[in-house]
Design a protein around this ligand. Structure first.
Ligand code: HEC
Length: 127
């Protein structure tokens, strides 16, 4: 009896935990207000592979643009044919809609080189 209950509880607990985790994510700030990723976190989840309003950025460094499964990208990003290396990430965060006109992502403009470096290092480390 106890074993059966445990077996039933396992998946339920797992489901509850993953729900709890994404809710916790939405409510808490994963990075400090002054960290440049703070401007991205409202749309990009740091939850392993979950897509939010934007696609997951886990593993974004070195990935081809527009290739996260089950995310509805704009045609512009899908057809851009770029890979998210340092150079392209820098262009994207300094003015995404100028870099890929027609993107659905809201305009961001991080022009401070030190902030760009901090953000790119952060994105590189998201694995
Ligand atoms: C208002 C919501 C929003 C904010 C804020 C936002 N993004 Fe996005 N992001 C999106 C959406 C939506 C897309 C998909 C764009 C498309 O398909 O045109 C996207 C796409 C991306 C991509 C391409 C990913 C891929 O798989 O090709 C990168 C990289 C990215 N965002 C980085 C960032 C960074 C870094 C920030 C913070 C400086 C940021 N985003 C802020 C919504 C947002």
């Amino acid at each position: 009896m106890k074993l059966l209950a445990l077996r039933l509880m396992g998946p339920m607990l797992a489901a509850a935990c993953s729900l709890g985790a994404s809710q916790a994510f939405a409510e808490t700030k994963p990075v400090s207000d002054s960290h440049p990723f703070h401007q991205c976190a409202s749309c990009h989840s740091l939850d392993t592979s979950a897509n939010a309003f934007g696609p997951t950025l886990i593993g974004v460094y070195g990935r081809s643009a527009g290739t996260v499964p089950r995310f509805a990208y704009s045609e512009a990003v899908q057809k851009s044919g770029i890979v998210w290396n340092e150079d392209n990430l820098r262009k994207w965060i300094s003015g995404n809609d100028a870099f890929i006109p027609g993107t659905r992502m809201r305009h961001v403009a991080i022009t401070d080189k030190a902030k760009q470096d901090e953000l790119i290092d952060f994105l590189k480390a998201l694995k």
